[in-house]
Design a protein around this ligand. Structure first.
Ligand SMILES: C[S@@+](CC[C@H](N)C(=O)[O-])C[C@H]1O[C@@H](n2cnc3c(N)ncnc32)[C@H](O)[C@@H]1O
Length: 203
């Protein structure tokens, strides 16, 4: 039986107390503690970043020599350094917590979520370093298994993770932690470009 949705659960309270913008920060925090995908000096692209909880965790992990670019349809209040607004690739990590506005119709929401996850995967293969990692949110159900197979064809290591903060919410969301893109899946994208070789400020 799924847990009833409580928008002010213990992760919400903890986020407030510790100064995180969203309870979702603890999902990435758990993924980081388990898989160490973010490293000091790393470049991170955060898709679906508002209000900025994941950016806060990523910025903490990459430190002053790294940078984090957060993208969303909604405004993201200014973040402290090293989160910046410029475009440069390749990236060490692409994070996607993208979620469609829910329609309430299960099948439709699952399909939209998978479509966003597919776009994140495709972008990640274009901008990740050969040693890079993708963390992407997906909802179980629908074509989830097919998407998982697609990720496994594109990356050498793919783990399905359900962070405590997702379990606590009774959500069907899981995160795929994908590491080591296969060279053939990146072929033609030019992702092995030197850092900064395609950088554009002010984007
Ligand atoms: C679950 S929230 C992200 C929370 C964020 N990770 C944090 O920790 O603060 C999902 C976000 O995905 C964004 N989103 C949905 N579709 C998008 C799209 N096509 N392009 C950019 N952002 C999108 C939504 O606006 C929303 O802010």
């Amino acid at each position: 039986m799924p847990k009833p949705y409580d928008p002010r659960d213990r992760f919400y309270q903890k986020a407030k107390k510790e100064g995180f913008r969203a309870r979702s920060a603890f999902k990435l925090d758990e993924i980081q503690r388990r898989f160490h995908i973010l490293r000091p000096g790393g470049r991170v692209l955060d898709l679906g970043a508002a209000p900025g909880g994941w950016c806060q965790i990523a910025a903490r992990e990459v430190g002053p020599k790294g940078f984090v670019l957060g993208i969303d349809l909604e405004p993201i209040p200014a973040l402290p350094p090293p989160a910046r607004t410029w475009v440069a690739f390749p990236y060490d990590a692409v994070l996607s917590d993208l979620a469609p506005r829910t329609s309430g119709i299960h099948g439709v929401d699952e399909a939209r979520s998978l479509e966003l996850a597919g776009r994140a995967l495709s972008l990640a293969l274009q901008v990740l370093k050969p040693s890079g990692a993708l963390v992407v949110k997906v909802f179980m159900g629908g074509d989830f298994e097919e998407f998982l197979r697609t990720c496994r064809r594109a990356f050498r290591a793919v783990r399905v993770v359900r962070p405590e903060a997702s379990v606590a919410r009774g959500s069907k969301e899981v995160y795929l932690v994908c590491q080591d893109p296969r060279p053939e899946s990146q072929a033609g994208f030019g992702s092995s470009a030197e850092p900064g070789s395609a950088s554009k400020q002010g984007a």
